[in-house]
Design a protein around this ligand. Structure first.
Ligand code: HEM
Length: 238
């Protein structure tokens, strides 16, 4: 009698904390690139590549940005500043070495975490390229990011630094997730043949969630703040 070899369940490799951290750093660098591109590359220079990537219709949006530059340039400048502040804040050696600076840059970073999604939502109204469909996703992310930023602020004031790290990493993960949103654009236009306005509304839903998932994976590392809080709770119970 022949016996069938037993099939072992294949384990799907899950991204570990180091991959999640690398992913978040890449999203941060992407966000810095997006911000600096908006601030320093004139529309005439990027028009051809933008038209090829996401369709000619998006040139109307770039023209609208140029007609009313203050809001979008302030938003892009705040986004770029946020990434630079985040590098300083999340770098453990910097945090340890310049404690007082960490505090003040931290308040500025939290203010930027609030100002960025708020100006994002205002942008969907001032530059209504995607119409009302573009407002809703930005409102949802705005509420989520501001909620995390407020929790992070309260935890820092209460000197609960593990909780502070958890909430601020979640807020930052969602914020730099906008890099991924922008990357979905060309895929939706070229592979799914979506029109540029529908694509613009849809990509506002995408990206931030993936940033949040990466933040959660990084936070749940063995020596991370989630494990630290769990150990503290277990100690209190015994
Ligand atoms: C590091 C953070 C951020 C950076 C660097 C950034 C940068 C930019 C830039 C450069 C633009 C101009 C359009 C483009 O070039 O794609 C833009 C537009 C916009 N951003 Fe942000 N942003 C950030 C965070 C956010 C957040 C957190 C939200 C909302 C939750 C948001 C919502 C928007 C919206 C709605 C627009 C209008 C886009 C359009 O209509 O095409 N942004 N952002």
């Amino acid at each position: 009698m022949t016996t069938e070899p037993r099939l072992r369940p294949t384990s799907i490799p899950r991204p570990g904390p180091k991959v999640a951290r690398a992913f978040l750093i890449a999203l941060g660098l992407g966000a810095l690139g997006i911000g600096l591109n908006n601030l320093f590359v004139p529309t005439a220079l990027q028009a051809d590549s933008v038209a090829q990537l996401v369709g000619k219709a998006y040139l109307d949006q770039l023209a609208d940005f140029d007609r009313h530059p203050f809001l979008i340039r302030s938003h892009a400048a705040m986004g770029s500043l946020f990434v630079l502040a985040a590098v300083f804040q999340f770098w453990p050696a910097m945090r340890r070495r310049y404690r007082q600076t960490h505090r003040w840059v931290g308040y500025a970073g939290l203010a930027l975490l609030v100002a960025l999604p708020v100006t994002g939502v205002i942008s969907t109204i001032v530059y209504p390229f995607a119409g009302l469909a573009g407002v809703w996703p930005n409102l949802v992310w705005m509420i989520a990011i501001i909620y995390c930023a407020v929790q992070a602020f309260q935890a820092a004031r209460g000197r609960d630094f593990a909780r502070h790290e958890i909430w601020v990493t979640r807020a930052a993960g969602m914020t730099v997730g906008i890099t991924l949103s922008r990357m979905y654009g060309p895929l939706l236009v070229h592979l799914a043949h979506m029109d540029t306005r529908t694509m613009t509304a849809l990509i506002f839903w995408l990206g931030q969630g993936e940033g949040l998932i990466a933040a959660e994976i990084w936070l749940r590392r063995a020596d991370g703040p989630v494990a630290h809080l769990a150990r503290m709770k277990a100690r209190v119970r015994t």
